[in-house]
Ligand binder design. Structure first.
Ligand SMILES: Cc1ncc(COP(=O)(O)O)c(C=O)c1O
Length: 395
């Protein structure tokens, strides 16, 4: 079949999460769904808040004329007004509706930003391990991904980032809370990154931070989330309500462009043009109307914290080496053997489905998405313990 060679190649190298999902489907047919512990997909089981569901019913039944029509490519003015007010209140910065562009999730938003920024061959730095889709998003727009290892504890390695910067560097994608590690970067490291980029700026090179904040509201133990808008001028935040309002299938998110960006209008216009010409046209209409007033809301974060605590406890008691996640709903333990694909197969034999670290650019680890039923996590304890004991016997 004459499909693009580039896409064929990308499909081969990209599909760990999906591949594991497919293996899981097969195992579920074989052993029954309740006997397979599927931690592969970041697809939350938690339902959206009740108030949001009620508001959705109200909107859908309101029968306002024109509710389903095309609109401005950046989205409804009143919704962008609500979101800009939220950011203005939060940051004290002069956000207006013009700094907000409604998008088809964070995925759509990141593609829009990259399309607006990149010329062919421009480089985008991404700390590694990383959400693998970033590679495809960057390549969608002729860019080149430059992976930079983080430190052993998954915090940013500013020296490595400095070494990776060259004249072609256009942007850095920072994702915090982080998929797959669950790390939340602290203010100190973000300020160090900002001062490095400011140095470049003084020498005439402008490097944008694209801050992927899809998990911003899912943070545990009262850890504070440093606001990038206060740290670095050339910041573009991309976020969505897939995770905080549990609406991933509804595809709603937005871009917030810092009011501190000099001559931002060209960037805003380019992003709106990209939103249109990538074929999104505009973000889903009903969802826009829904989320505008829910900027301060989220699902109950304690529901995720309970899950985080339980999976962490199970992994530790089973002998795994793992960092306790600070946010998001992923945990990234060390694989007992460097060959993480082999280890994930061992896990499968014990009915546990996970994604190997290579699927996130980091061999020797595996990822568990714990946005699943609490009861499933508890039932998986016995199986993790078994794997842990088998590993001990073999070592
Ligand atoms: C780090 C990260 N960014 C972006 C996305 C895409 O989110 P959305 O559903 O808003 O497009 C995901 C989804 O899992 C993610 O993990």
């Amino acid at each position: 079949m004459a499909i693009s060679k580039k896409i064929a190649e990308s499909m081969k190298s990209s599909s760990w999460i999906r591949a594991m999902f497919e293996v899981g489907e097969g195992l579920k047919r074989l052993y029954g769904e309740e006997n397979i512990f599927d931690f592969t997909l970041g697809n939350p089981v938690i339902e959206p808040p009740e108030a949001l569901k009620k508001e959705l019913i109200r909107i859908v039944s309101s029968n306002v004329k024109g509710m389903h029509r095309y609109m401005s490519n950046s989205g409804y003015e009143e919704v962008r007004e609500d979101i800009s007010k939220f950011h203005k209140e939060n940051t004290g910065l002069a956000f207006t509706k013009d700094h907000i562009i409604m998008t088809v999730g964070a995925a759509g938003g990141i593609n829009v930003v990259l399309k607006a920024l990149l010329d062919p061959g421009d480089e985008v730095i991404v700390p590694c391990p990383f959400f693998i889709e970033f590679k495809f998003y960057i390549e969608n727009h002729g860019g080149v991904i430059i992976l930079v290892d983080t430190r052993e504890d998954f915090h940013l390695d500013i020296d490595n980032i400095e070494k990776a910067i060259n004249k072609k560097t256009k942007a850095i994608i920072i994702n915090s809370p982080h998929n797959p590690t669950g790390i939340v970067y602290n203010e100190k490291e973000l300020k160090e990154l900002a001062s490095l980029l400011m140095e470049k700026r003084k020498k005439g090179q402008r490097i944008f931070i694209i801050s992927d904040e899809a998990y911003k509201k899912i943070i545990y133990d009262g850890i504070s989330f440093p606001n990038f808008f206060h740290i670095y001028e050339d910041t573009i935040v991309v976020t969505s309500h897939s995770k905080d309002l549990a609406l991933p299938g509804e595809r709603i998110g937005y871009i917030a462009i810092s009011p501190l960006i000099k001559n931002a209008q060209a960037l805003i216009d380019a992003a709106i043009f990209a939103n249109r010409t990538l074929g999104f046209i505009n973000a889903p209409a009903i969802m826009q109307r829904l989320v505008g007033k829910f900027q301060k809301n989220s699902v109950d974060i304690m529901d995720y914290q309970k899950r985080r605590d339980m999976i962490y406890e199970i992994l530790i008691e089973s002998g795994f080496e793992v960092m306790k996640p600070m946010g998001a709903f992923y945990i990234f333990p060390k694989s007992p053997i460097l060959d993480d694909i082999k280890f994930v197969r061992t896990l499968q034999k014990h009915h546990i489905l996970a994604v190997p670290g290579v699927g996130f650019g980091k061999q020797g680890y595996f990822r568990l998405a714990y946005c699943v039923d609490l009861d499933m996590i508890e039932r998986s304890r016995k199986y993790f313990n078994e794997v842990g004991n088998a590993v001990k016997r073999e070592s």
